[in-house]
Every structure is written in C-alpha cells, then in structure tokens.
Design a protein around this ligand. Structure first.
Ligand code: DGL
Length: 275
C-alpha cells in the first residue's frame, strides 16, 4: 500500500526553481534576478541533452518530468518553465506533478503580446517543436479569438546565438529570410518564443523596424513571477544577498562563456548532476 503524504505548502523563504533544456533559460534567470533581487534561485539546465527543439514530443515530456521531480525534491516554492519547447509540449505534465505554482514562458509571453498588439496581428518565432505544437497560437486565441497569428520556426537562430553571432551579417540575412512572410502580413508585435532570441533583440528590431513591438517572454515571466509571489504572499521576507545554484547535466566546451553571455554576469559555481 502506498501512503501519499499531503504536499507541504510552499514557504516564502524557499528558492524559485527555473529550468530549461540548456543554458538559454539563463535569460529568464537574469530577468528574475533583476525584478526579484532578494529571491534565491535554483536553475536546472539539461546541457547533456540539449537541444530539445528538434526532439519528439514523448522524449521532451519524459525529460521534463525528470527535471520537475528534481526541483520539487529541493522544495522550490515556484516552478518556472523557462524553455519554450518544454512549455509548448509538457506544461500540463509539470502542472499535474507540482504542488507549488507553475509559470511558463508561453502563457506569460502570449499575455504580454496580447497586451502589446494594437492591430491584433502577431508574429511568433520559435524552435520547430514549439511552432509545430501551435502552443502560442492556441494561447493567443484563448485570449482573443480574433487575433491573427503568424508563426515561423527559426531553427538556425539557436546555433547562431550560441556561436555569439549576435550582430553578424549571416544572422541578419537569416533573420530577413525567416521574417519576410510575417512582415508581409503587417504584424505589429513579434513574440521571441525561444530562450535564445532575446539576445538577438537589437538585430531583430532592426530587421522588423521600430513599428513592431518585440515581446521578450523572459521579462514578461519575471513580471508575472513578482505578481504571483505577491498575490500568494510568497515573497522572500529576508533582504540578504540571495543564493543562486546552477545544476547542469554536462559542462560542454565554452559553457562558461556562453552561460555568462545569457546571464549577463559571472556564473559562479556550477553543479554537475549525473543521470
Ligand atoms: N530552450 C529552447 C527553447 O526555448 C531552445 C533550445 C533547445 O532547442 O533546446 O525553445
């Protein structure tokens, strides 16, 4: 007979758990650190199995379950799915497993895009799995059935960002090509539906022009995390320097350089998890 104990209610002094397929989710951590400077954060990046954006749905779902359990065992008070690909195909699994509140970049990004759009014509860019799942379009249409949504998979952006080609001519030409169809549709808002794309913001803004608002789901997620912690009285009452822990499943070549580019500061100690 199995005895299930009641889930403990989250404690305000506990850390926030953030996870991603690799290090891209550090863009969300960076936004959280700026918006919530007294919160402790546990970050999990599945660097041994990244990229998820080209993997099948059942594989991504089983990886997501494993990461969720890892963070719940460490008694986080809030789970943030920082990876758009996991949010697209496995957010329900996380919500079912979790006794603590869950935020995901797709729900928060879609809400921010809906608020930003004036002409109700929204472009969404993401990995092939995110775009094929239609998750952004479904979430946007749940908010407003009359929105026009144009989605475009941009598989080359992840390697270009990891290469550090944030202002490179090759990236500019790639972006022009990917964004041509959405621009023809006269979008007024573009959702950066992948952890890596906020690093391309200046280049993308140049390509789409000043009239198109870029929605960075990392910033929108940090805003919603602050609102949720306030509403549920879960803000850390302490004002001491926060602790940040980073768990990864591999430490690949150039990990430190790339990680610090995403985080915008030095990474500190990284803990290797052996699965
Ligand atoms: N983190 C993924 C996302 O936001 C991008 C990298 C990957 O494909 O795993 O969709």
């Amino acid at each position: 007979m199995s005895i299930t104990s009641p889930s403990p209610s989250p404690k305000a002094s506990s850390p926030i758990g953030v996870f991603d397929s690799g290090i891209g989710g550090l863009t969300v951590v960076r936004a959280l650190m700026e918006r919530l400077p007294f919160e402790d954060i546990l970050y999990f990046g599945d660097t041994a199995r990244v990229p998820y954006g080209v993997k099948s749905v059942p594989t991504i779902q089983s990886f997501t379950k494993q990461i969720t359990e890892f963070l719940l065992e460490r008694e986080v008070k809030l789970l943030v799915i920082a990876c758009n690909t996991m949010a697209a195909v496995a957010a329900d699994i996380v919500r079912k497993l979790s006794p603590v509140p869950v935020l995901d970049v797709i729900a928060t990004g879609a809400l921010a895009a809906h608020q930003a759009s004036r002409r109700r014509a929204i472009g969404v860019i993401g990995t092939p799995t995110t775009v094929n799942s239609n998750a952004y379009a479904l979430e946007l249409h749940r908010l407003d059935a009359n929105l026009r949504v144009y989605s475009q998979a941009c598989p080359l952006f992840v390697p270009l960002v990891e290469e550090g080609w944030l202002e490179h001519e090759v990236t500019r030409l790639t972006a022009r090509e990917y964004l041509k169809p959405a621009l023809v549709e006269n979008i007024d808002t573009l959702v950066l539906g992948c952890t890596h794309y906020p690093l391309l913001k200046p280049l993308l803004q140049d390509v789409v022009g000043r009239d198109v608002a870029l929605v960075d789901s990392a910033l929108a997620t940090a805003e919603q995390a602050a609102a949720l912690l306030d509403a549920q009285k879960l803000r850390n009452p302490g004002h001491k320097a926060p602790s940040y822990r980073y768990f990864v499943t591999d430490v690949p070549l150039r990990f430190q350089t790339i990680g610090e580019r995403f985080l915008g500061r030095s990474l500190g100690e990284v803990e290797r998890v052996y699965w």
